[in-house]
Design a protein around this ligand. Sequence first.
Ligand SMILES: Cc1cc2nc3c(=O)[nH]c(=O)nc-3n(C[C@H](O)[C@H](O)[C@H](O)COP(=O)(O)OP(=O)(O)OC[C@H]3O[C@@H](n4cnc5c(N)ncnc54)[C@H](O)[C@@H]3O)c2cc1C
Length: 387
Amino acid sequence: MPTPGLDGYAPAWLEPEHEDLAELARGFFSKEVLPHAARHEQQGHPDREHYRAAGELGLLGLSVPEEYGGGGGDFTHEAVLLHEQMAVGEGSLGLAVHSGIVTGYLVAYGNEEQKRRWLPGLCSGELVGAIGMTEPGGGSDLQEIKTRAVRDGDDYLVSGSKTFITNGGLADLLILAVKTDPGQRAAGISLLVCELGDDVPGFRRGRLLDKIGLHSNDTAELFFDDFRVPAANLLESEGSGFLQMMRQLPQERLVIGVGAVAAMQRAVELATAYAKERTAFGKPLIGHQNTRMVLADCATRTRVSRVFLDDCITRHTRGELDVATAAMAKAWLTEGQCEVVDRCLQIFGGYGYTTEYPIARMYADARVQKIYGGTNEIMKELIARAL
Ligand SMILES: Cc1cc2nc3c(=O)[nH]c(=O)nc-3n(C[C@H](O)[C@H](O)[C@H](O)COP(=O)(O)OP(=O)(O)OC[C@H]3O[C@@H](n4cnc5c(N)ncnc54)[C@H](O)[C@@H]3O)c2cc1C
């Protein structure tokens, strides 16, 4: 990523514009958003205002064409933004979903009218985006979703529920996976863009879920009961939803991989600094051979992870990232994140277990990376199928 880590490594795709973007993003996250971290954590969601502030700085929709209000860049720009957010420890704004995923669906599958209607608001931060696939009955077997959309004149009537929806507490715009033909599995799935609000008949937000980590980002249940969605909000055609999701999921998995590598890098930096300043048995921790071995392992794992991630990003920007490679990246990078963060936490001793130290939060936040975006077990299924 742009700001070279301990190792001075920088990706092949890095251009001066990425470095400028990294500096802007880092300043925004650390000076504008992080000072509110305690309140965000307490309320369970970021301030809506911070989405608007990010939009004003041009940090939202970096890969959206300029004619729709975006930055006109590509996935490398989104990756830089997400890396910088994670690198400073900012976790309240759900940008991985808002910019990394939702805008991608609209750019790829929206018609001209849909793009003009929603993309400018997502890029300015007036609208907060979310995606709803997972249901209480299951997330891995997407073909079995039960949320139903029945055509009624010029509208669909949507009934069902979604759970674990990132940005679900604040979202104004939801890409919703529904069954338009319950008799079919994959071929019965469609994607509807839902305009949400707090007083919309047939729609209700459930509670914000109480999680072991990611406390400052809103993860919510969403309920629909004959919720009216204009048929004009359908993305492409009925029955194309499953294929649309399968085509977008490699990018979602890369987004998760970017966060994983940034977290590994931060963990190594924090643990190295701590090991240099803390003493035990009359010398700094880093003077003990085991500490040096652990840090050497973690730094190596981080460097190798970055090189693999950058190769995946290069392939993705060329349109050549296949499903199995994206699955490898998601599974291997997130397993690496959990391992590296755990080993780095150990270097902090008891302090590593207190939430005053960022490494403790990083430990709790890391765990979900092996679960969402398709669990790592499902990733391994996808990899194995390609062998
Ligand atoms: C904080 C958070 C944010 C999230 N954000 C979103 C979001 O924005 N939008 C969204 O739609 N979803 C979101 N999710 C949901 C997430 O994607 C699902 O939790 C995940 O896909 C797993 O689905 P599940 O929880 O229903 O587990 P299940 O599908 O019930 O799986 C349970 C266990 O069984 C294993 N398993 C299932 N099938 C197989 C198999 N064939 N072979 C081997 N093992 C298997 C799984 O790997 C897992 O270990 C989020 C989840 C969390 C926790």
